[in-house]
Write a protein that binds this ligand. Structure first.
Ligand SMILES: O=C(O)CCC(=O)C(=O)O
Ligand SMILES: [Fe+2]
Length: 273
């Protein structure tokens, strides 16, 4: 089994077919070089100012899970002006429509993170992202779709995400054999797209001095709690300046009776000055 690559202009059906079969696909050159460069420029300063490691772990296990030599920043809509363009990339929204709209009225942004794995980092435990909602009986409806963008080249040596193709259909107790775990090697601008049920984890960075810069963007059904508290990490005044669809995806769109303000749509908050 190999990790399949498709070009960014491949038909949507081709991408959904590989995702349904393998639980993962690499989309080559999904980010235009100019957008990739702008993101890197916008993020360089904040990355330089951030120490590796998790600052306020919610559980002791998160210290290793998030990595001791890994710089992780969330709330990217407030940290990089060009991030709104990423979260609204038509192909990402088409994929989220395909996998999630059968299970919700609308979905929301779940994660908007930069993950820069530094030299010496050990491999992240293989996991399924949907286990964030551990009380949910599984298997069940698709809850999320995830995208790991390479903002620089991803290599097996610098910590490319490791993926287990096909594992989205495995019984939970099945453990992968070493040959079933594949590094998502890809050039800067490409993206690994995977389902919440697919086993994966950040790779070890065995290089001497290469930093693996990834950007982790995910969407989740609108009736689950988002992993990131985007209401706090993206101040209301920043959200006000974003496109309407971006504000909806941040969580300002109610899902029926969920997430209301004044027992109505939080989007109304943007009408008042
Ligand atoms: O950094 C990576 O390649 C993967 C990170 C990841 O899977 C996670 O934090 O859930
Ligand atoms: Fe993950």
């Amino acid at each position: 089994m190999a990790l399949e690559h498709l070009p960014a202009n491949a038909p949507l059906d081709a991408m959904t077919a590989v995702l349904e079969r393998d639980g993962a696909v690499v989309v080559d050159d999904l980010l235009a070089p100019a957008l990739r460069d702008t993101l890197n420029r916008e993020l360089d300063e904040v990355v330089r100012a951030t120490a590796p490691g998790v600052r306020h772990p919610t559980l002791p296990a998160m210290v290793d899970f998030f990595g001791r030599d890994t710089i992780r920043l969330d709330g990217l809509p407030a940290k990089a002006a060009s991030f709104a363009e990423v979260m609204l990339l038509p192909r990402l929204l088409d994929l989220a429509d395909h996998f999630l709209l059968g299970n919700c009225l609308d979905y929301q942004l779940n994660t908007a993170q930069l993950i820069e794995i530094g030299p010496g980092e050990s491999p992240q435990r293989l996991h399924r992202d949907e286990d964030a909602w551990a009380y949910m009986p599984r298997p069940g409806p698709e809850l999320q779709i995830e995208v790991m963008f390479a903002l620089g080249d991803f290599t097996a040596e610098n910590g490319a995400t490791c993926v287990v193709p096909g594992s989205h259909r495995w019984p939970r107790e099945r453990q992968p054999q070493p040959g079933e775990i594949l590094p998502a090697e890809m050039r800067a601008g490409s993206a690994l797209v995977y389902l919440g049920s697919t086993l994966h984890g950040g790779g070890a960075n065995t290089s001497r001095n290469a930093r693996r810069r990834g950007m982790f963007v995910g969407y989740v059904v609108g009736w689950l709690r988002q992993e990131e508290n985007l209401f706090l990490s993206v101040p209301l005044e920043v959200a006000r300046g974003l496109p309407e669809r971006a504000r909806e995806l941040l969580g300002y769109k109610a899902h029926r009776a969920l997430g209301v303000v004044d027992v109505g749509s939080p989007m109304a908050m943007f009408d008042s000055k």
